[in-house]
Structure formats: structure tokens, C-alpha cells
Design a protein around this ligand. Structure first.
Ligand code: SAH
Ligand code: SF4
Length: 422
């Protein structure tokens, strides 16, 4: 979602006449689009701002702007802590950026523009960064209030974008050459419940898959509590809906899942993954896991590890719990030492990396269609299989980014495959 917002910001600024400059020191305007999911993101912002102060001293007419979730969360505090910042804007204020910037340039007064909620996307006017793939938000905000998570506080309540608008926008993008769309929402599975005419996620997905010329449809994130059998059926039955589900487990302990306010159990999660694998051929399942949630004990951690070993996710994004002020979990007693959390974290990462490695090894010798997404290291290219596994390969033509090619897999690591042209 944050990457999508950055694309929009870039587009809006280009319309104002700005040009992308990768050297911040000589820019007229610097925008930092922040994340707030973990404390580390805030520390990073403060680090960047410390550096940008030097630029501002050298060039006082430079504008420094902070947007995104940390801006939404800290509001005026950013202006208080860093008096050289010119503009702070929230997650619902991106469309107003031209007005905000013009006002700042005219009045020479600092601006903090934060709306608590709302929907300010104009998908029709928006042009994405890549020619061949695009993010499409289908809902913004979140109503789930998982106890550790700051997202509902900084993104507001869940609002679904009207199906007509989504379909019209994707059709327009496909006409301009887009082959792959990734539908984004904090919980795509609850899409449409707030619409006047209720539409389910599987229904909109079925409609999107009918769009001629659209080769690959991806989506994220799926909350396990809302993933329906209809959705599994539709993925299984449509060739252009990719066999990959990102299904965050967060914890494998029923006690911790309850404290996290996740509304599913080990057992229901296991059954769901079995149903996915039984019905969707070669479906990749990836996940997010938090280690060291307040109150987590050794037994809970080993319940998580047990789930990881049983389910054998293709990949997992693993995080050490980060306390976010204002969330429910911030009030919980957190007694496990950081040393212990890091120890468990490493154990989890080691186990998962081995599983990812083994799952990738099974692909050696197979042939796949790959969408070439960009350049890899040392003159190679990178692309993705249908199940979203990354492949690195050499190719004797140069003009292949955005195209589909066929590769044979020759080697496999934990995080990527190697392939050759066939
Ligand atoms: N809406 C998505 C996730 C958004 S945040 C979902 O529900 O799956 C992405 C991931 O960051 C989460 O899945 C979770 O694993 C992690 N995360 C969120 N808050 C966190 C926190 N306070 N500490 C550590 N990890 C966190
Ligand atoms: Fe956060 Fe839970 Fe909403 Fe995901 S579903 S954004 S983890 S509150």
C-alpha cells in the first residue's frame, strides 16, 4: 500500500512540473513516505531527517515533507522535533499535495495536514511507474484491530473501492499494456462488506479475471478468518488468477492468537492450508510471523515452530514484536528478554529457510513461464513464476522486461531460483 502511495505521490508531483532527482542533496523538494508498522521505521525516519537538515542549511529554499503512516501517527510532533521540516501530510491527504505545497511556497508557514479518514484516490487519473504491472488498491484501512497492530489507527476504517471503478481502471491499464495487477488491501477477504450493494472478494476477482488481455492477477493480504471456499474455487478455476496466497499466521499458539485478536485457531488455520493445497494446483502459501508477542512463552513459540514445520510455507516474513503505543498489546506485560526473542527468532528463521530451500529444490529441472520484472545482479534478469517465486537468469536479448519467457530451473536457493532459456 505504501509503495502504491509513493507511485501516486510521484505522479502528482510530476503533474506539478517536478522531476525525479535521486540525489536528495540537490533537490528542490524531498518527500519521505513513511511506514509505522514497527518502531524501526520511525527510527529510520529520524535518521534520514537528521541527514536532511544539512541540506536545508545549505539550501534554505528546499522543501522537506513527511507523509505516510508515521506522519499520520505523530502529526505535529514531527514539526516540533524537526523545525526544519516544512510539511507533514497524512495517509488521507495525498491528493491535496499540490494545494499544500503551493500554500507552503506562498505563505512561508509550516503545514501539518492530517485528515482522520476518507477516501482520496482518483484511480482514473493515476498512471503507475511500471508499464507492465500495477498495484490496484481495492480497499483502504482496516477494521480488525489485531492487538499488536497500528495500521487501523493510521489508515482509518476499512473502505472498499466501488467494483465499477476497479474494473474500469484495470481495463484502462490493460489497454496500455499492463499484464499483471496486484490487488491490495489490508484484508482483501473482507472486501465489499461496506458497499451499498454488497460484493464479495471472490465475486470481484471473478469479474476481474474476465478482463481480456489480463494475464496475471495477484492479491494481498488474506486474513485467514475471512478466506472463503468460494475464493479457493475461483482461484482454482481461473488461469489468470495466480496460485499464491499470502496467509499471515502470526502465531501458532491458540493462547497467543486469542491475545492477538486474530479470530482463528491452529486447527482452523491448518485445515484452511490443507483445503488450499488440495484444491489449487501448486499453490504457494507464504506467511507473516511475529516472535516475542507480550506474554509469549517457550511453549507458545514451539507451537509456532510446530505449525511452520507442519505447513511448510514457501516463504515467511518474520518479525520480532515491536511495541506500538496506542495499541492494546502495548498495555500487556512483556516479560521475555530481547535476548530470548532473538534466540527464538533465529531458530524460526533457520527452520523456515531450510523449508524454503527444500521447496525450491523441488522445482529444479521443471519448466515455467516467467514474467520478466527487471534486472538482477551482474547483468542478469529477474522474473517471477506464477506462484511468485523469484528467478534469476541470463538472457541473450536485452529488451525482455515486461515480457513472458520460458525458463528451465537449474538451481535453487532459499530465496530464489536460477534458470536458463529453453
Ligand atoms: N494487513 C496485513 C498486514 C499488515 S502489517 C495482515 O493482516 O496480514 C504486515 C505484517 O507486519 C503483519 O502481518 C505482522 O506480521 C507484522 N506486524 C504488524 N504489527 C507488528 C508489530 N507491532 N510488531 C511486529 N510485527 C508487526
Ligand atoms: Fe493490522 Fe490485523 Fe488489520 Fe492486518 S488485519 S492491518 S495485522 S489490524
Amino acid at each position: 500500500m505504501n509503495e502504491f502511495d509513493s507511485e501516486r505521490i510521484e505522479f502528482i508531483l510530476k503533474q506539478m512540473g517536478y522531476k525525479r532527482e535521486n540525489n536528495p542533496g540537490i533537490s528542490d523538494l524531498i518527500i519521505i513516505n513513511t511506514c509505522a508498522v514497527r518502531e524501526k521505521a520511525k527510527n529510520k525516519l529520524y535518521g534520514h531527517l537528521g541527514r536532511y537538515k544539512e541540506y536545508k542549511i545549505k539550501n534554505s529554499s528546499m522543501l522537506i515533507c513527511v507523509g505516510g503512516c508515521t506522519a499520520q501517527n505523530l502529526k505535529e510532533q514531527i514539526l516540533d522535533d524537526f523545525p526544519f521540516v516544512d510539511i507533514v501530510f497524512g495517509t488521507h491527504n495525498i491528493s491535496s499535495l499540490p494545494l499544500i505545497i503551493e500554500k507552503r511556497l506562498k505563505d512561508n508557514k509550516k503545514i501539518c495536514s492530517i485528515s482522520e479518514e476518507g477516501f482520496d484516490y482518483d484511480l482514473k487519473k493515476f498512471k503507475k511507474t511500471y508499464d507492465f504491472k500495477s498495484y490496484i488498491p481495492i480497499s483502504i484501512g482496516c477494521n480488525n484491530f489485531c492487538s499488536y497492530c497500528i495500521v487501523p489507527f493510521v489508515r482509518g476504517k476499512e473502505i472498499s473501492i466501488k467494483p465499477e471503478l476497479i474494473l474500469e481502471n484495470i481495463k484502462r491499464l490493460v489497454q496500455t499494456g499492463v499484464a499483471e495487477v496486484t490487488l491490495v488491501g489490508q484484508n482483501v477477504n473482507s472486501y465489499g462488506k461496506d458497499l451499498e450493494n454488497i460484493v464479495t472478494f471472490s465475486e470481484i476477482l471473478a469479474d476481474i479475471s474476465e478482463i481480456r488481455g489480463l494475464k496475471r492477477i495477484r492479491f494481498m493480504t488474506s486474513h485467514p478468518k475471512d478466506l472463503s471456499s468460494d475464493l479457493i474455487d475461483i482461484i482454482a478455476s481461473r488461469d489468470n488468477i495466480m496460485p499464491h496466497i499470502h496467509l499471515p499466521l502470526q502465531s501458532g499458539s491458540d493462547r497467543i492468537l486469542k491475545l492477538m485478536n486474530r479470530h482463528y485457531t491452529r486447527d482452523s488455520f491448518l485445515k484452511l492450508t490443507e483445503q488450499i493445497r488440495k484444491n489449487i494446483d501448486n499453490c504457494a502459501i507464504t506467511t507473516d510471523i511475529i516472535v516475542g508477542f507480550p506474554g509469549e512463552e517457550e511453549k507458545d513459540f514451539y507451537d509456532t515452530l510446530d505449525m511452520v514445520q507442519r505447513i511448510r510455507f514457501d516463504r515467511a516474513f518474520t518479525f520480532i514484536y515491536s511495541k506500538r503505543e496506542g495499541t492494546k498489546a502495548a498495555e500487556f506485560d512483556d516479560r521475555m528478554s530481547l535476548k530470548m526473542k532473538k534466540y527464538f527468532f533465529k531458530e524460526l528463521v533457520d527452520v523456515q529457510n531450510k523449508i524454503s530451500f527444500e521447496r525450491n529444490q523441488c522445482k529444479i529441472g521443471n519448466r515455467y513461464e516467467v514474467l520478466v520484472e527487471g534486472k538482477g545482479p551482474k547483468g542478469t534478469f529477474e522474473g517471477r513464476l506464477e506462484d511468485s517465486t523469484l528467478v534469476n537468469f541470463e538472457y541473450n536479448e536485452n529488451d525482455i522486461i515486461g515480457k513472458f519467457i520460458n525458463l528451465k530451473i537449474t538451481d535453487a536457493k532459499s530465496f530464489y531460483l536460477k534458470g536458463i532459456k529453453i
